[in-house]
Structure formats: C-alpha cells, structure tokens
Write a new protein. Structure first.
Length: 251
C-alpha cells in the first residue's frame, strides 16, 4: 500500500478504538481541571451499568466484546497466508512458558513503578482518585474484572504496539519515532486519570515499545498488562479500604 493509504488505515483503526478514547480523555481532563483541584475528584473504572444484576452483566459483556472488535480488525488486516499467521503483529504461540515468565517479570517491575508514580502524582495534586472497581459484588464480578484486564492488555498492546509498529514501519517511520508516538498515544488516553496517569503510561509505553523493537514479541506485553490490571481491579476493594485517602474514598 502507499504511505497515504497506510496512514488513512491507521487513522481509521485508531478512530474506532484508542484514538477516540484519547480524544475523550483529553476533554475529560479539561473538564476536570476547570471544575477544581484534581486531587479532590475521582474517576471510576469498571462502573456498574445497571441496578439489575442480569442487565449489568449483559452490559459488561457487550462492552468487553465491543472493545475487542478493533483487535479482531487489526488481526484480520495483518493476517498472513503462511504460518505464523499473525507474525506481522508479533504474535505466535511457540514459547508460551517463556512469554508468561517474561510477562510476569515485566508486570512486577512496571506495576511497582506505576504505583509509585500514582502515589507521587496524588501527593502533588496532579491526579484524580482512581476507583478501579465500581461493580456491585455478584458471582460474576471477579470473572468480569479479569476479562476487563485482558481486554485492556489485548487492545492496547496488539493495537498500540503490534499494529502500529507493523503499519508505520511499512510507511517508512523509524523505530524510535514509532516508540515515542505510540507512548504519547498510550499516555493520552489515560489523561482522564490526570497528569499522573499520562506520565506513568507514557513511561510504560516507552519501555514496552523499546522491548518490542528488540524482540518483536507482543504476547509478553499482553500478559504483563493483563496481570497488572487484574491485580489492580481485583485488589481495589482492599486497597481502597486500607488507604482511602489515596483513592478519594469517603470524601
């Protein structure tokens, strides 16, 4: 494809997924900043969508499905006629054990650093309180939270890393230009959390992008991201009750 067609495809994919999320997040940050100090505000991840249990579950599952459709789209666009079918996205399943161990190690390092950045940003008044679990407790709450963590890991790493690297390299971009651009995009769709969310995810994006440029394997990144979000989502009730001020609870 020509460079113009590649860039058009990239804009369409991002417009259907995380690029649109970035625009929403920018508007949300402007809205929050003009209301008052960020430190006195909160945002809720995984909110309940209905006070009726069965419809809340259905809405949650539909939301998860909708967010995974762009992942299916980029897999379709970069599907190869020969094996490994998704090699252009950096996906194969030849080293599951090694990928899992690398993902776990990344999750520990990135997760610890992310907590530090969040706490620092809260202390400086540069981040809103993040309530990572707004769901009422049901039998399906934890499975849905785990699926939500996988949704974030799959959509962000497959699209922002695997897809963008593949297409932008074809358009003639240099690796470091892609790494920085993808990291800025990652940080921008977390701006609804305040500047702390932007900085933390920007750094994460730079690290993940650099690792991918060296290994061309996206599965360790998906695993790491999923583990981080799973721990945050499932562990939120304990963290919020233990450190209420950090999460804006009880204000």
């Amino acid at each position: 494809m020509s460079r113009a067609r590649i860039h058009a495809e990239v804009l369409i994919v991002l417009g259907l997924s995380l690029g649109l999320s970035a625009l929403y997040a920018i508007v949300q940050l402007i809205d929050a900043s003009t209301r008052g100090p960020l430190s006195g505000q909160t945002t809720t991840l995984n909110p309940s969508r209905s006070d009726r249990e069965i419809f809340d579950l259905l809405y949650q599952l539909l939301s998860l499905l909708g967010d995974l459709v762009p992942v299916a789209l980029v897999c379709y666009l970069l599907w190869s006629a020969t094996r490994p079918r998704l090699d252009r996205l950096g996906i194969d399943f030849t080293r599951p054990g090694r990928d899992a161990l690398q993902g776990l190690g990344l999750a520990i390092v990135i997760g610890a650093g992310g907590i530090g950045i969040y706490l620092g940003a809260r202390a400086l008044g540069l981040a809103v309180g993040v309530q990572a679990n707004g769901l009422t407790e049901h039998w399906w709450t934890i499975p849905v939270l785990l699926l939500s963590a996988f949704r974030a890991g799959a959509s962000e790493e497959v699209i922002v890393i695997g897809y963008l690297f593949a297409r932008l390299r074809e358009a003639g971009w240099k690796d470091w230009t892609i790494i920085v651009g993808a990291a800025v995009l990652r940080g921008s769709y977390h701006l609804y959390q305040g500047w702390g969310g932007f900085v933390g995810n920007l750094i994460m994006g730079l690290i993940f992008g650099w690792l991918y440029s060296r290994t061309r394997r996206v599965l360790p990144l998906v695993i790491a991201h999923t583990i981080i979000d799973a721990v945050v989502f499932v562990g939120y009730p304990w963290a919020a009750s233990t450190f209420p001020a950090l999460f804006g609870v009880g204000r």
